[in-house]
Design a protein around this ligand. Sequence first.
Ligand code: ADP
Ligand code: MG
Length: 265
Amino acid sequence: SVRSNAVNSQRVVAIANQKGGVGKTTTAVNLGASLAASGLRTLIIDLDPQGNASTGVGCHPGNRNHSSYDLMSGRFSLSESAAPTGIENLSLVSSTPDLSSADIDFSSRKDRINLLSNALRQGDSYDYVLIDCPPALGLLTVNALVAANSVLVPLQAEFYALEGLSQLLMTVRKVRQNANPTLRVEGVVMTMYDGRNNLSQQVEADARATLGELVYRSVIPRNVRISEAPSHGLPVTIYDPSSTGSRAYQAMTAEFLSRQKEMCA
Ligand code: ADP
Ligand code: MG
């Protein structure tokens, strides 16, 4: 059968890195909000049981009716699971704590790695679907990789970053071989970057030497406004549009879109 992604224009991007605290959720929320602000219909799927992306776009735990768990289980369709956020053009499939047992709950299903992919087949009402992955390479992240056209990797410039990245890239290769042959690596974005720190500079240089063009020219600096924004339930691009962090994510989004164009040309 033809994958839905091949027959419609919806692009599905998994935002993944098995390390926690590297900027996955922050990137999902701010790339999502910036795409939405440029008029693109955008959906964020919160696939992390911690639910930080849901909170980050203003969806509080009491308002999470149908979640990504329900979507994967097949109990609710994509249109039933997605809800508008307070942000124009931005919708959310929220996360609920039951996601933390998804590995076990779905383990006996034959289609367990295709659950999300099958659920997303149901329609192309979005230009971009961003999947915020949990900090592990388990069933949830594998589902995201199977469902995605590409994977975007936030990389925090610290000592073990590149070793973690090679594990992730190995998982990407396995998913390509077994389930999703057209999965691409969208790119690697350096996050929480501190230009005054020698280690940050060294890791960035190593990443660029090893991965070349895959590494985005845009770099996200460490910026306090970025870390404040989630407690207001807002992307930094809305919380403080002129902050350094907001500008960095806007530049990163522009680069993302120009790379999309190159890809299609
Ligand atoms: P992950 O989803 O990979 O676990 P998060 O996006 O949640 O990582 O980021 C981890 C923490 O770091 C959060 O508290 C977030 O607000 C903060 N953070 C992320 N990016 C930045 C940044 N560029 N500057 C300052 N704080 C950041
Ligand atoms: Mg996260």
